[in-house]
Design a protein around this ligand. Structure first.
Ligand SMILES: *[C@@H]1O[C@H](CO)[C@@H](O)[C@H](O)[C@H]1NC(C)=O
Length: 419
């Protein structure tokens, strides 16, 4: 009986003694005070980095260290070697253009944070840049050869083959803002192509400003360009990386039990993938703005809202921008509900979608909101009768998944789209 009594003060005493002994063993060599041991002290201090190194070798810090992307880096290095072969078009009459400021689309690493360190000083640890091929497969798949076009190359390759004297920096589509808002998107694109094809330009061209900025997406241009874009090789052969697809593959049973899994090898070059919508999934994008001023500013200038949302096949944005006789408070409320919705508005919206599409039973939530907001919204939606509610953190739980979840979100949203 006596043995079972746990005395907290005795345990604390034992822990204190043990800690003291341990600290003594580890630290005493560094603080030995007599003269003879001072050289030993220096040796011990010099040994410290090796002890730390050996410790890291035995107990590697992963997680929380971010993934290494070794496979993707190896693929990109192999590609660069291939591009330098005499038989490669790129090696013989290489003309290059870098769209580096369009960070998310140029073939350069995807920058998560601007830092020269590979892992920025923040917690939890993340990579400061991710190889583009970890997100997108089509960036290096070589589909361009199918159309006898030069392929996209990594920025590092471009820097190797173009000296600064043969590189021109250009600014595409510089125009008056008012004019830019009203110019037809196709004209805008043709004008930019003409600027790039200018024979006076040297072999290598660097675009220094992103022409696809907020003004572009608020103008009619994306709608004008939609037909051209969606039949273009770039989109027809578009695919996220195997890393991304296999995350979804693992959870297919939960998301859409009837759909076929992704093939092991992505073979979209010869057979572009056809996306068949998952009839049971509603992808719900809950954007939480850290900049509350942005949502108000949309209302204040009756913004036409973001381009592709105005495609006629997409439901729900018919009332944006609102008619000019709507009172200002109502306008601001309308934009706030679209831009920064509250839980009740989210539930009502999901309910309206389900009323129009009775096969819906699964919600996929794409959100940058914090954990508590998402969990609370999930609870409300469950009580509103949704059978399955999933977010990217539910399906991408491995540490190697963590940094590509935005691509997972986008791929699933593609399936959850309506016709
Ligand atoms: C998807 O899963 C199937 C089997 O369920 C497997 O054969 C295939 O290789 C997986 N694809 C990817 C991209 O992981």
């Amino acid at each position: 009986m006596k043995d079972l009594i746990i005395d907290p003060s005795r345990i604390a005493e034992t822990v204190k003694t043990k800690t003291y002994q341990l600290a003594n063993i580890v630290l005493s060599p560094f603080f030995a005070s007599n003269k003879r041991s001072s050289s030993r002290r220096i040796i011990n201090i010099l040994l410290l980095p090796f002890i730390c190194f050996a410790f890291l070798l035995v107990f590697p810090l992963r997680p929380p260290l971010p993934p290494s992307y070794a496979e993707e880096h190896a693929i990109e290095r192999a590609l660069m070697r291939e591009l330098q072969m005499p038989s490669a078009v790129e090696a013989t009459d290489g003309k290059y253009v870098s769209f580096a400021p369009i960070k998310e689309t140029a073939y350069e690493p995807y920058h998560v944070v601007d830092s020269i360190l590979p892992i920025p000083l923040q917690w939890p640890m993340i990579s400061s840049r991710i190889p583009m091929s970890a997100l997108l497969d089509s960036i290096g798949s070589g589909f361009e050869a199918f159309y006898r076009k030069r392929r996209a190359v990594p920025l590092s390759h471009l820097k190797q083959v173009c000296s600064s004297s043969e590189t021109a920096v250009v600014r595409l589509g510089t125009m008056d803002r008012e004019e830019a808002m009203h110019e037809n998107g196709i004209h805008k694109m043709e004008r930019m192509v003409k600027e790039l094809m200018d024979p006076k330009l040297p072999r290598c061209v660097q675009v220094e400003h992103n022409p696809f900025d907020r003004d572009f997406f608020e103008s009619r241009s994306p709608i004008d360009l939609y037909e051209t874009l969606h039949t273009s090789p770039v989109l027809k052969h578009f695919s996220f990386s195997t890393r991304v697809l296999s995350i979804i593959n693992r959870s297919l049973e939960l998301l859409s039990p009837d759909s076929t899994p992704y093939p092991e090898e992505i073979e979209h070059v010869k057979n572009p993938r056809k996306v068949l919508p998952w009839k049971n999934v509603l992808a719900l994008h809950l954007r939480k703005s850290s900049d509350s001023h942005y949502c108000t500013s949309l209302g204040e200038r009756n913004a036409p809202f973001v381009g592709f949302n105005k495609l006629s096949g997409l439901p729900g944005n018919e009332n944006i921008p609102p008619s000019s006789d709507m009172p200002k408070p109502a306008v601001l409320g309308l934009y706030r509900a679209k831009c920064d919705p509250e839980t009740l508005e989210i539930i009502a919206r999901a309910r309206r979608m389900r009323a129009n599409h009775p096969l819906l039973n699964t919600l996929y939530i794409l959100s940058n909101a914090d954990y508590n907001f998402i969990e609370e919204t999930k609870r409300w939606l469950v009580s509103d009768g949704w059978h399955t509610i999933v977010t990217s953190t539910d399906i991408g739980s491995l540490w190697s998944d963590q940094e590509v979840l935005e691509a997972v979100d986008t791929e699933i949203a593609l399936f959850g789209a309506f016709e």
